[in-house]
Write a protein that binds this ligand. Structure first.
Ligand SMILES: Cc1cc2nc3c(=O)[nH]c(=O)nc-3n(C[C@H](O)[C@H](O)[C@H](O)COP(=O)(O)OP(=O)(O)OC[C@H]3O[C@@H](n4cnc5c(N)ncnc54)[C@H](O)[C@@H]3O)c2cc1C
Length: 413
């Protein structure tokens, strides 16, 4: 059977693409190597800005809602900050992804599980995907198969990613659930270069994890053990410990080619500064669905709208996020001081988490800050001394020189 769209991977990016395409009346097939409900290494924190992208609410899969953050620096004395608004929904991916897949299927998309794609054959107006001995034909193929996906490689798309790494596990508290974590998320800053430690409360357990530059992978388990102790638990009580790549797109990395698009982690659209990927997965899935719907309805003769949308929207924000990441890891102690002693950073954090402001928006409002941030970020990327200070080993290219004139003009409007 021939479909308008074949989506490989039914995580948040794939199920969003599938749901939105199907609700535009397109025939959609989702293929996933797993069987749902399936789990995935993830903190399961869905920021309000991510949840607000969806046309349905997440109440049925939200185990707790955080309005507050407990900040600490290298597992020292911490402090709490509270917002009057919700900031993040704490979910489990097992349940969240099941809901997102159900919504796609309700909208008319078909799902084939335990289907690992083996090959992609490209033709100008169709794509043939082979999986489990079957051939599936589509007008458009969407690679939504995550950080370790194969669609890009099988399709010949040149994806260039900087890989961070994260590890997480769960603790079921003995006795009553600790009241201090009922609606508060813990963030430990400066404990690992390139990332941070977190504590996310769920209904009956607590998720504790840590992200870092990739080369810290071998020592991450030991660092996580220290973080677990800091939060008052025993490393021996951790269950479900697992690690995973955090793929961050490098300048020039492929987003699409002809009738093949990449969304979510498969395109490396994770937010480098925070490690938040569910927002980008949903955002890019929606952008892909818009471009595909226009293409299938012959309102457009190609899918370039997707590239433009990502590069001029989400992509610019992710570039700024990477610059913030460069600055932050140079002097994390300074940011902690600002967060503790002023309300500027907290107000900004809340607005970013709720989607009331974007990283680019902050830069547009403060042009001098924009220049300073770009300059310092580029300096970090070319100066070995600053890289050592940030714990960075694979700096990747400085970014401003890779922005085309069009992007610069757009940012300055
Ligand atoms: C430890 C950790 C903690 C994180 N915590 C958070 C957090 O709290 N909040 C947040 O926003 N982000 C978090 N992230 C990032 C987030 O998990 C990802 O960015 C997000 O899952 C990306 O969604 P996706 O749909 O692109 O990919 P995925 O969710 O990875 O889905 C990909 C799907 O493709 C399928 N697949 C893979 N290969 C194939 C194949 N060959 N054939 C068929 N199917 C295939 C998989 O089975 C899977 O279902 C975290 C990441 C890690 C590693």
């Amino acid at each position: 059977m021939r479909y308008d769209v074949i989506v490989v991977g039914a995580g948040p990016a794939g199920s969003t693409t599938a749901r939105e395409c199907a609700s535009h009346g397109l025939s959609v097939l989702m293929l996933d190597k797993a069987e749902f409900p399936r789990d995935k290494p993830c903190g399961g924190g869905v920021t309000i800005r991510a949840a607000n992208l969806l046309p349905f609410d997440l109440t049925s899969v939200t185990e707790r809602t955080a309005k507050g953050l407990h900040f600490s620096f290298r597992q020292g004395n911490g402090f709490n900050r509270t917002s009057e608004h919700d900031l993040v929904y704490l979910t489990q991916r097992l349940k969240l992804d099941q809901l997102l897949v159900e919504k796609a299927v309700e909208s008319g998309a078909s799902l084939r599980e335990r289907c690992f794609i083996r090959s992609v054959e490209r033709q100008p107006t169709r794509v043939v995907v082979r999986a489990n001995g079957c051939a599936f034909e589509g007008s458009v193929l969407v690679g939504a198969d995550g950080a370790n996906g194969v669609t890009a490689r099988l399709s010949g798309l040149k994806v260039r990613l900087a890989q961070g790494i994260a590890m997480e596990g769960n603790i079921t508290p003995r006795g009553r659930f600790p009241s201090e974590w009922e609606n508060v998320v813990g963030l430990d800053i400066g404990c690992t270069p390139g990332g941070y430690g977190w504590l996310f409360p769920k209904s009956d357990h607590i998720n504790i994890g840590m992200g870092a530059w990739r080369h810290f992978g071998p020592s991450l388990k030991e660092s996580l053990g220290r973080l677990v102790r800091y939060y008052g638990f025993e490393p021996a009580d951790i269950w479900g410990l697992r690690g995973h790549h955090m793929p961050v797109r490098l300048p020039g990395s492929a987003l699409m080619d002809g009738n093949i698009l990449l969304v979510g982690d498969a395109a490396g659209l994770l937010d480098p500064f925070t490690g938040e990927g569910i927002h980008s997965a949903i955002w890019s899935g929606q952008a892909a669905a818009r471009a595909i719907s226009a293409y299938i309805a012959s309102k457009s003769d190609n899918l370039e709208e997707y590239r433009t949308d990502v590069e001029e929207g989400l992509g610019l924000d992710l570039k700024v996020s990477r610059q913030y990441q460069d600055l932050f890891h140079l002097t994390p102690r300074f940011y902690m001081w600002v967060a503790k002693n002023t309300s500027v950073l907290w107000g900004l954090t809340c607005r970013l988490m709720r989607g009331d402001q974007t990283y680019c928006g902050v830069m547009k409002n403060h042009r001098k800050l924009e220049t300073a941030v770009e300059l310092i970020s580029d300096l970090v990327r070319v100066t070995p001394f600053l890289q050592r200070r940030s714990g960075m080993k694979e700096p990747g290219p400085p970014q401003r020189f890779f922005l085309s004139g069009a992007h610069h003009r757009q940012r300055r409007q």
